[in-house]
Design a protein around this ligand. Sequence first.
Ligand SMILES: NC(=O)c1ccc[n+]([C@@H]2O[C@H](COP(=O)([O-])OP(=O)(O)OC[C@H]3O[C@@H](n4cnc5c(N)ncnc54)[C@H](OP(=O)(O)O)[C@@H]3O)[C@@H](O)[C@H]2O)c1
Length: 331
Amino acid sequence: MTSRSFKAFTATTEGDSVTRAVVSLSTDDLPDGVLVAVEHSSVNYKDGLATVAMGRVARISPLVPGIDLAGTVAESGVDGFPQGTPVIAHGYEIGVSRHGGFAEYARVPAEWLVPMPDGLDARRAMAIGTAGYTAALSVLALEGRGLRPDHGPVLVTGATGGVGSSAVGILAARGFEVVASTGKADAAGYLRSLGAQSIVSREELSAEGGRPLEGAVWAGAVDCVGGQILANVLSRLSYGGAVAASGLTAGVSLPTTVMPFILRAVSLLGIDSVETPIEQRREVWRQLGGPLKPRGLDEMITDVTLDTLEPALDAILEGRLIGRTVVNVRG
Ligand SMILES: NC(=O)c1ccc[n+]([C@@H]2O[C@H](COP(=O)([O-])OP(=O)(O)OC[C@H]3O[C@@H](n4cnc5c(N)ncnc54)[C@H](OP(=O)(O)O)[C@@H]3O)[C@@H](O)[C@H]2O)c1
């Protein structure tokens, strides 16, 4: 295997500070695995955390962040993924304790690779990315719990973000009445273009000191913010309702009571995208190319390159990013 030099975005930790830079690396700097010529990656909340000192995400330094990537197998040597195979990879240790997708090349263990499904290319796969995959797991968990479109409206919190936008689009495409909660006053048009039928302000859902059970409003919810908002969602779900919880942008605490669980048979479904067994991951991606593809996917995309990526990392940590930011690593 000949070594190749390539362009990469790195985060280097020294003491209490992290330096971000676009540098040249060699394939000799990459860990073992199948060599993937990366075409696109995306910006997820965890990528923002991997590039700041308080983030506590990066496990190596320097690190090439980027918890997801899509591209083509460049050198393989393993069955099933010959050279030229279009692939996706995300989660596990990628972009955390081994170099990730913000670079022109990455090495990924074959058992973490997902074949590119019919219906997607590298850019659109990363428009879905970790966020869209997490939204898909959330919707599948709710449907697995029995949620059907005729049960009533389904709430999505953090709706303009990556997980949120994807969840709005997936639920709308599957015939659910979607209620989108957002903290962005001017985002109603964007959310309606993805299929949201009504909008609730984040402020309204953030109130503290409510009753353990409020009026039942939603049959289900996809929540990626946690904290007081998740507690308020639990107290407003209808009998037998469920919320799929994946995130913590509003906080890690959950100030709730047992009342929604024991008086309304409400379920709290935990969602993790990082350690999903690979066969389940490949099956969910097959569906993301078809029946789980979010409505309005193209409307969600903002394109950046390795050179223009940095402001998006700051914006996602400040809750300012809308939709999905796709990184063209060869742009
Ligand atoms: N469990 C998993 O495997 C998994 C996978 C992916 C992501 N996540 C988690 O899911 C969350 C969202 O990730 P993402 O990539 O979609 O990030 P994102 O694009 O930044 O979306 C988060 C959204 O939350 C809302 N928000 C921001 N600050 C908030 C605050 N202080 N209080 C309440 N809402 C706030 C904003 O939407 P509005 O302005 O529209 O309200 C924001 O766009 C993160 O916590 C991330 O770590 C978990």
